[in-house]
Design a protein around this ligand. Structure first.
Ligand code: SAH
Length: 200
């Protein structure tokens, strides 16, 4: 369990999401030399030029997904596995894709040891999604794409939704909420400005 010292207002994020987030020992997902910063509401390096996301962003994105306990979720960008842990506490199964095999393996080890067992891992290009298990009720992307990857939209169920940061690397990006209605029509809506590592 890690109580987060909030660096901004978390108003509007559901109690359930915050409680589940704080039930996760964040230090287990961080490098040993940074673990004393686990309660700090900022991103930190996890090696390979990547970061564990800021807890506020993890909570915010998860909240906006409105997860149901029956949902099957696709996550692109496993990273440390911290976000995957939270998703697994709120959905029925998480399929997580990471480009860097070392990070994927490390996340899997950490999550298995901590008892998060409803997660499947794949190393590969997340822009292709994970077609074998599609379609998904919800999709979450934790690296910023220059434009919406259409393969991912294609793997979203009708009535499903996706949250993804979009925008050029190093510049202001926005989190977008993408919904696919029952007719298959896609709608996109910007939420808040963010800064993510690029989706490569
Ligand atoms: N949710 C993670 C944050 C990870 S940072 C956490 O809480 O720790 C984003 C991750 O996306 C990085 O690990 C990076 O390697 C990965 N990534 C970047 N481009 C990718 C791609 N095309 N496919 C899959 N993963 C990718």
């Amino acid at each position: 369990m890690t109580m987060i010292n909030r660096s901004c207002s978390w108003d509007g994020i559901s109690r359930e999401v915050i409680e589940k987030l704080e039930s996760i020992p964040r230090e287990a997902f961080m490098s040993a030399h940074l673990s004393s910063f686990a309660s700090v509401d900022s991103p930190f390096s996890i090696g390979y030029g990547q970061t564990i996301s800021q807890p506020f962003i993890v909570a915010y994105m998860t909240d906006r997904l409105q997860l149901k306990s029956t949902d099957r979720v696709l996550e692109i960008g496993t990273g440390s596995g911290y976000q995957s842990a939270l998703l697994s506490l709120l959905a029925s199964h998480v399929y997580t894709v990471e480009r860097i095999s070392e990070l994927s393996l490390r996340a899997e080890q950490t999550l298995e040891e901590l008892g998060y067992h409803t997660i499947s891992y794949h190393t590969g290009d997340g822009k292709q999604g994970w077609p074998e298990h599609a379609p998904y009720d919800k999709i979450i992307v934790t690296a910023a794409a220059a434009e919406l990857p259409l393969q991912l939209v294609g793997q979203l169920k009708r009535g499903g939704s996706m949250i993804i940061p979009l925008g050029p690397a190093g510049e202001v990006q926005y989190l977008y909420h993408i919904t696919r209605d029952l007719q298959g029509e896609v709608q996109t809506r910007p939420l808040i400005p963010v800064r993510f590592v690029p989706l490569l």
